[in-house]
Design a protein around this ligand. Structure first.
Ligand code: HGY
Ligand code: MN
Ligand code: MN
Length: 412
């Protein structure tokens, strides 16, 4: 492909802004939870755009969407890119949508250049990457990679008991294509960094060489509901006081494993949640992360031990469940090299980086040579409605994605 071919940055930006109108929030972000009507609307828009770009569309049984642009030899495994369109409840307009629409922009640019790659190109939308409405995260790419079986994936329910299978049917994206089990030549995902490193160092491109490990927990603490007035302090079995000590332990374990550990409690439900009743039951989640598997395992053991000790001392019962483990992954050297070469050839300031966030690329890396392209986001803020990125950085990342994909699609 001619070295002067560039993606159309304005077209990419306009597509992002149009997509951001679906589920737009007052503070400039998006709320587009997986498999809601807003998710359906975003999927419909993507599918329409891809058909307009001449792609064929396949939807599999987990609702993953694949827009395919033929190559010279359609029997070759496709070079794939993509990300997700579902968002956090107070999410940003770039998390996920950038990777999907950067993939579409690659297709549009190849069309403009009338350029045909050897291998076909596919742009994917992975269902429920965020893990916000349905846990765990990255579940549909996980089924695609054989990490979770299909029934487990379709059976995952939200807090109202609605399952992914039911919701996929309801929004019309319960496809009939088998999930995974096919060869993929390479997978690339473009994404905002969602952290502060690239911006702080003045780098436009992150050449992502891997993703840190993640462990998720669901923890229930049970004490005894009682009257907030007549119940003497020494007689109380206060589930919220116990849970509060456990939340402090989560944070402390994160701080004790610096500089790389992360530890977060993001959800908490207190029952009966009445101001003059001693809480009898508290449910909360914990999210531990570290690039090193052994350290992450040690953090996990320490958390379980601390929770058990806190519960025993306070006369509470504890239900401690690890519901998800995503081990640290290293990406394929040939794909990382393709991203590195593209950034260098375009003379774009870049650095190698390990992703703090999970991405569908984590699971794709089990079934295809994989790498990611990061671009900075303002103040490193994401999973927040103020999430922002510049059109220039987003275009630069898409140009790198284009070149890396074309290199791999012609390498066969
Ligand atoms: O949790 C994550 O890292 C991703 O945003 N789902
Ligand atoms: Mn994301
Ligand atoms: Mn996210």
């Amino acid at each position: 492909m001619a070295t002067n071919v560039r993606i159309n940055g304005q077209r990419l930006w306009d597509s992002l802004m149009e997509m951001a109108r679906i589920g737009a929030t007052a503070k400039g972000g998006v709320c587009r939870l997986a498999l809601t009507d807003l998710d359906r609307q975003s999927r419909d828009l993507f599918v329409r755009w891809c058909k307009e770009a001449g792609c064929s569309i396949t939807v599999d049984r987990m609702g993953n969407i694949f827009a395919r642009r033929p190559g010279k030899d359609d029997s070759l495994p496709p070079v794939m890119t993509g990300s997700h369109l579902d968002s956090q409840p107070t999410g940003g307009k770039f998390d996920g949508a950038y990777g999907v629409l950067a993939g579409l922009e690659v297709v549009r640019t190849l069309n403009d250049a009338n350029y045909e790659t050897n291998a076909p190109i596919e742009v994917a939308v992975w269902t429920n990457e965020e893990g916000s409405r349905f846990a765990p995260a990255m579940i549909a790419s996980g089924v695609f990679a054989g990490v979770f079986d299909l029934d487990y994936g379709l059976g995952r329910a939200d807090t109202e008991g609605k399952t992914m299978g039911e919701e996929l049917k309801r929004i019309g994206y319960a496809g009939d294509a088998e999930v995974g089990g096919r060869d993929i030549g390479a997978f690339f995902e473009a994404h905002i960094e969602q952290g502060p490193i690239l911006e702080a160092e003045g780098k436009t491109i992150g050449v992502v060489r891997g993703v840190q490990g993640i462990r998720w927990y669901e923890i229930t603490v049970t004490g005894q509901e009682a009257h907030a007035g007549p119940t003497p302090m020494p007689r109380r079995k206060d589930a919220l006081v116990g849970a509060a000590r456990m939340v402090e332990a989560v944070n402390r374990i994160g701080l004790e494993n610096q500089p790389d550990a992360c530890a977060t409690v993001g959800m908490m439900q207190v029952s009966p949640n009445s101001r003059n009743v001693i809480p009898g039951t508290v449910f909360f989640t914990a999210d531990l992360r570290h690039p090193d598997a052994d350290t992450l395992a040690a953090m996990s053991a320490a958390l379980q031990q601390e929770c058990e000790t806190i519960a025993e001392k306070a006369g509470l019962t504890l239900d401690f469940n690890e519901i998800w483990y995503s081990p640290p992954v290293g990406f394929a050297p040939e794909c990382v090299a393709a991203v590195q070469k593209a950034a260098d050839d375009l003379a774009i300031p870049n650095r190698k980086i390990v992703s703090g966030a999970g991405h569908d690329a984590v699971y794709l890396s089990r079934v295809a040579p994989t790498a990611m392209v990061f671009v900075p986001c303002e103040n490193g803020i994401s999973h927040n409605e103020i999430e922002n990125a510049t059109a220039e950085d987003l275009a630069a990342g898409c140009d790198v994605l284009l070149r890396a994909m074309v290199e791999r699609a012609n390498a066969v």
